[in-house]
Ligand binder design. Structure first.
Ligand SMILES: [Zn+2]
Length: 340
């Protein structure tokens, strides 16, 4: 348990951003570090449904990713896992290219199953929600429950995927709707449990604020910094999305041929445009020079006030961007300098 906690702390997994309304998403989605295509197949058709599940066991989101990476013959997997703190792990790095084995198999009960044979692995993506248990682990036992953070994060992830893949609220379904499996097998989440109130609430929440129609996202009025995915900076109508998290913006650009990532100044940051050294002015007296791009690297000295040439940029902890000094002295945060 302490090891899991230390992993969570290490990656700051509890710090996920809430997606904001108007098509702007800043969800932090942790990527599978070891995907080996286990328990997936190549996808040739489109993504038409988003299927919600419960894990049915009490492991963390990352535990599940690790587990399915190791199992070549489990014949089960899901695209996304949402953990107890709301952290999100993506098992399948490119759901457009491959699909997971999450909803296959025959009818599991006489209930649900309204979309049996219609919603399939080949035309859906699946979200597994991690779940707690107080004793009885039978499906639909009242001892199963979700952490609120898990529900909240699953709502934001679903809204994000609805927009990304163009899936309407009506096609956000449960495993229960596919083949009658009691999944999510939590009281309130399927009619066989005696109540569907929690599921109704979930559906209501993904319906509000989700940009299901491909309109141009609203420009944020705050001073927040977004990475925008467009064909060109000036072609604002081509925008696929705006992200606080660079990796999510990059993933969006990767999935849309001909699209690039631009920063808040309209500068193309992905694919990398050819870098040209430039000069910056340092006006403060306590800006650290570090041995690498990030606050995790040792500081060597304060940089004297003056004008310096930056010969390389990098992303790293503690600053929006880090710059390498031409002198070879090290790296500085570019948040405290002015470009000249
Ligand atoms: Zn399921």
């Amino acid at each position: 348990m302490s090891k899991v906690l230390s992993i969570i702390n290490k990656y700051e997994l509890t710090k996920y951003d809430q997606a904001t309304k108007g098509g702007v998403s800043n969800l932090k989605i942790n990527q599978n570090p070891n995907f080996g295509t286990h328990n997936t197949s190549p996808r040739s058709g489109g993504i038409e449904y988003i299927v919600i599940h419960y894990v049915g066991a009490t492991g963390t989101a990352k535990n599940n990713i690790d587990y399915y990476n190791q199992r070549s013959t489990t014949q089960a997997s899901a695209d996304f896992y949402v953990g107890f703190e709301g952290e999100i792990w993506q098992y399948n790095p490119n759901p457009k290219a491959r699909y997971c084995w999450a909803v296959g198999g025959g009818r599991q009960s006489s209930q649900g199953g309204s979309l049996y044979g219609v919603a399939r692995n080949a035309n859906s993506v699946s979200i597994e929600m991690c779940v707690r248990n107080k004793g009885n682990k039978n499906a639909n036992s009242k001892d199963w429950y979700f952490e609120q953070a898990t529900i909240n994060s699953a709502i934001e992830l679903t809204k994000y995927l609805m927009k990304l893949y163009g899936v309407p609220v009506s096609r956000v379904i449960r495993h229960f709707d596919v083949n009658g499996k009691y999944c999510p097998g939590v009281y309130g989440w399927n009619s066989a449990s005696g109540s569907e109130s929690a599921w109704s609430d979930f559906k209501k929440k993904i319906g509000s604020g989700a940009a299901a129609t491909p309109t141009t996202p609203t420009q944020p009025t705050t001073a927040k910094k977004y990475y925008r995915v467009r064909k060109t900076w000036t072609d604002a109508a081509s925008q696929k999305g705006a992200f606080e998290n660079y990796d999510n913006a990059k993933a969006c650009a990767d999935q849309n041929k001909g699209y690039k990532v631009f920063d808040w100044n309209g500068k193309q940051v992905y694919p990398a445009a050819a870098f040209r050294p430039y000069q910056v002015r340092v006006e403060i007296t306590d800006l650290n020079i570090r041995t690498g791009p990030g606050t995790g690297y040792a500081k060597t000295q304060h940089i004297p006030v003056g004008t310096y040439t930056i010969v390389e940029e990098a992303n790293g902890k503690g600053a929006t961007k880090w710059g390498r000094l031409k002198s070879g002295a090290g790296w500085i945060s570019l948040d405290y300098v002015k470009r000249v």
